[in-house]
Design a protein around this ligand. Sequence first.
Ligand SMILES: *Cc1c(COP(=O)(O)O)cnc(C)c1O
Length: 396
Amino acid sequence: MSSRRNFIGATAALPLIATKASAAKLKTPDYFKDLGIRPFINAAGTYTMLTASLMSQETMDAMEYASKHFVHLTKLQDAVGARIANLLGAEAAMVSSGAAGAMMVGTAGCITGTDNKAILQLPDVTGLKSEVLVQKSHRYGYDHAVRACGVKMVEIETEEDFHQKAGPQTAMALFFNDNEPKGKIDAKGWVRLGKQHKVPTFNDASADALPVERLSLYNKMGFDLVTFSGGKCICAPQSSGILMGRKDLIEAARLNTSPYSDTVGRGLKVNKEEMLGLLVALENYLKRDHAAEAREWDRRVDLITKAAKKMPSVTSKVDVPEIANHTPHLKLSWDQSKIKISPLDVKKQLLEGEPSIEVTPSTNKEELVVTVWMLKPGEAEIVARRIAEVLKAATA
Ligand SMILES: *Cc1c(COP(=O)(O)O)cnc(C)c1O
């Protein structure tokens, strides 16, 4: 009886809830303000710490759509993975929890294959393939995600080293795309050596989805696994990523993560909203007019440069890194005896000002560094005005 009454009570309450919900739709509460969080204009770039990128309305709509239906998660991963693989020219693909998540489950897959006993055993690699080859110059913070599988990183420098160190104990050979120029073995060489020794090669190209052709370049080159962040310039959910490559390895990687409970990667959960959100964001990214976008970035850089140069002694240069974050980085500097403020203090004042603006963390004693690719329409004008104001106030 009482449960029946509760049921009726709950039903009676429904219209009220619905009214509240539609009222909420009319006016979204200012959640961040309520929490004492002040959003900022992002003239920094796709930094995780700064929440990296914004999703398009279409991506948000896809996520909202997904949120309203129950589906079988592995079937959705099959279908989305197949679509991504097809779009990017890979044999197979999956949606991961960011590129770091892809590195972990990809490594796990290389160690275990589809052997259930090995899958249960990780991160203990006793008796399993337990080493990952990496060039000394390609060591970096993100390889923690690889080490989390229990493997030992074996540092090498030359092709000769690769021949010597590769063996039945080698699970994978990791390549950090951004550091290609720093190593003695280039990407093509890495692939060739991997094939020669039957060691799967993994390319971490997380921040390198620009120019857009790069998204399929490393598959074509022959890497066995490749990852890109979803939440950087693809503007997919911040917690999503792409892992793609050999079909057997993608299958093995998937067996090492959610939704399977007893796995090393169970904590790297990806739900339907991220899967669909990533797919729709990727499709949009591939369709976008990249040339027009690049022209718009140039226009913004120009605008900010001109505003800053109205102050005495300001000089500028624009760098576009060849690999990783391949977008204009505007570097402003000035004679600090004429404009009596350091770039770091300008950064601080921009952040504390109204509206708040973040510039890149690489701003240093000599240069204020600004990127414009994460700005929303109209924000370049604000950034230009604020930089000019801060510099002007410090001008003797
Ligand atoms: C950003 C980045 C990662 C991590 O990517 P997430 O999608 O944030 O997990 C890994 N490697 C490199 C080189 C990166 O730039």
